[in-house]
Ligand binder design. Structure first.
Ligand SMILES: Nc1ncnc2c1ncn2[C@@H]1O[C@H](COP(=O)(O)OP(=O)(O)O)[C@@H](O)[C@H]1O
Ligand SMILES: [Mg+2]
Length: 420
C-alpha cells in the first residue's frame, strides 16, 4: 500500500516510523514532512493545509490511505473532500472536528450529555463578557472559541487581567475570527491528564495512558509550550479512575455522538483535570497528541495499518491494541527562546553518536545537502524504552548531551516523578 501522512512534526515522524514497520506498506509520503521523516518517507512539498494540493497528489499517485496528523486540515474538512473522491483517509470528518474546532460547540455537547466539565458561559458581545467578569470567582479561565495553536487559553487572577484578555481577543482580534466568540469558565484545581482514544464508528477504545510536560522550565515553571516531554504509561491512571472515566465520560460521549448523528471515526484525545470531585473534561482534540504519539507508537505492538483499517470500518476492538509492558519516555530538545521568539537554521550535529536503542523523532528539522538544521521551536524528541521509567530516563540523558546545536535547551526533570 502507498500511504500519505499529512503534517511535519514529531507526531507525524512517529506515525511514519510506525507505519514503516507494517508489512502492508510499500511506500510512504509525508507532506510536508521534516528532516526525520525524510529518512523513511518521501517528503512532498505540499503544506498540511493545502487541501486541494494534497487531494491532487493523492489522486495522481493513487494513494491507498492518507493519515492526517494536525487539527487544522481536519477542521477544514480534508476528510470529507477525500471521501467525496473515493479516497481512503484516516481522520475525523468536518462535523466531528468541531469538537476541537469550536470550544463553544464542545462545551455545549458536554453540557447536553451531562459530561463533567468546568462551569462556563459563552459570549459574542465584548461588553457583555466584561460585565460578566464580576459574576465569576477568581482565578477564571478565558478561552477563544476557535483554533489558536495552543495560545487561545488564558488563566486570569483578577478582573483587570480578565478585561485585558477579553479586549485582546475580541477587540484587538489577536486570533482573528477564532476570538469572535469566547468562553469564560471556572478554574479547576487538580492534576491534568490526557487520554487518547481510537473511535471506531462511534465506539471509543482508549489507548494506553500518557503524561505530558507542558511548561518550558523544570518543576513545571515558566510559560506553556506544545509539550516538551512525555512518558507512558501514566501511573495516575489506575483501575478506579479508568472505570470512572469510562462511565461518566466515555459512555456519555458515545451517547452524544449517536444522538447528534455525528459519524466519528479517527482519534479522540480528551484533556482531563482529575479534581477532588472526580475527572472533568478540559477539552477535546480530534487527532493524535504531540508528544503523546512519540511515546505511544514505540509501545504499540500491533500493526498500525490494521488499526487504521479497523477503526475506519467500525470493527476495532480493545484486543486489537496490543501494548508493550515497557515504559517509554521522550525529552524534547528545543530552540533557545521557545515558546517565545526563536531562531531557526542552526546546524544540528552529534546524531551519529547516539546509542542504538535511542529512537529519535524530529519535531522541527530540515535537511539541506546532507546537513541537518533546526526548523522549529521544538526540534528533536529523544525517546527510549525501558523496563522502568528510570532505565529509559538514564538512556535518554546519557545520549541527549551528545546532540549539539546553537541554543539547545531541554528539561532535565522529565520522568522524574515520585509516583512513577
Ligand atoms: N477550566 C480550567 N481550569 C484550570 N486550568 C485550565 C482550564 N481550562 C484550561 N486550563 C489549562 O489551560 C491549558 C490549555 O487549555 P485547553 O482547553 O487544553 O486549550 P488548548 O489546548 O486549545 O490551548 C490546559 O492544558 C490547562 O492546563
Ligand atoms: Mg489542550
Amino acid at each position: 500500500m502507498k500511504v500519505l501522512v499529512v503534517g511535519g512534526g514529531g507526531r507525524e515522524h512517529a506515525l511514519c516510523w510506525k507505519i514503516a514497520q507494517s508489512k502492508k506498506v510499500s511506500k510512504i509520503y509525508c507532506a510536508p514532512g521534516n528532516g526525520g521523516t525524510k529518512e523513511i518517507a518521501e517528503n512532498i512539498d505540499i503544506g498540511a493545509e493545502d487541501i486541494d494540493g494534497l487531494l491532487d497528489f493523492a489522486l495522481k499517485e493513487k494513494i491507498d490511505l492518507t493519515v492526517v496528523g494536525p487539527e487544522a486540515p481536519l477542521v477544514m474538512g480534508i476528510v470529507d473532500r477525500f471521501e467525496e473522491k473515493g479516497l481512503k483517509i484516516f481522520g475525523v470528518n468536518k462535523e466531528a472536528a468541531q469538537l476541537e474546532g469550536s470550544k463553544a460547540y464542545a462545551k455545549a455537547f458536554m453540557e447536553k450529555y451531562n459530561i463533567p466539565t468546568a462551569q462556563y458561559r459563552r459570549y459574542t458581545d465584548k461588553e457583555e463578557a466584561i460585565k460578566a467578569l464580576d459574576d465569576f470567582n477568581y482565578p477564571l479561565v478565558i478561552k477563544a472559541d476557535g483554533l489558536c495553536a495552543g495560545k487561545g487559553v488564558v488563566i486570569c487572577h483578577t478582573k483587570e487581567e480578565g478585561i485585558d484578555v477579553v479586549n485582546y481577543m475580541m477587540a484587538d482580534r489577536a486570533f482573528g475570527s477564532a476570538g469572535e466568540r469566547i468562553i469564560i469558565e471556572e478554574f479547576l484545581e487538580g492534576i491534568e491528564m490526557s487520554l487518547l482514544c481510537f473511535v471506531s464508528k462511534g465506539k471509543i477504545i482508549p489507548m494506553e495512558s500518557a503524561k505530558d510536560y507542558k511548561q518550558i522550565f523544570e518543576k513545571d515553571e515558566g510559560p506553556n509550550t506544545g509539550g516538551v516531554g512525555c512518558f507512558s504509561p501514566n501511573n495516575l491512571f489506575n483501575k478506579e479512575l479508568e472505570n470512572r472515566i469510562g462511565e461518566e465520560i466515555l459512555s456519555r460521549i458515545e451517547t452524544g455522538l449517536v444522538k447528534e448523528n455525528i459519524d466519528y471515526s479517527g482519534v479522540l484525545f480528551i484533556g482531563l483535570m482529575i479534581t477532588k470531585d472526580g475527572p472533568k473534561v478540559l477539552e477535546f482534540n480530534v487527532r493524535f497528541g504531540d508528544p503523546e504519539t512519540e511515546v505511544l507508537m514505540p509501545r504499540l505492538k500491533s500493526d498500525i495499518m490494521d488499526i487504521f483499517e479497523k477503526t475506519m470500518d467500525g470493527s476495532l476492538t480493545k484486543e486489537d491494541l496490543v501494548w508493550s509492558e515497557k515504559k517509554c519516555l521522550t525529552v524534547v530538545a528545543t530552540s533557545k527562546g521557545y515558546p517565545g521568539a526563536y531562531e531557526k537554521g542552526k546546524e544540528i550535529t552529534g546524531l551519529d553518536l547516539l546509542d542504538d536503542d535511542i529512537i529519535l523523532f524530529h519535531n522541527g528539522t530540515i535537511e539541506k545537502e546532507g546537513r541537518l538544521y533546526t526548523n522549529g521551536g521544538r526540534v528533536i524528541s529523544v525517546t527510549a524504552l525501558g523496563s522502568t521509567l528510570e532505565e529509559a530516563r538514564e538512556k535518554i540523558y546519557k545520549n541527549i548531551n551528545r546532540i549539539r546545536f546553537d541554543g539547545i535547551y531541554f528539561r532535565r526533570d522529565i520522568g522524574k516523578i515520585k509516583n512513577n
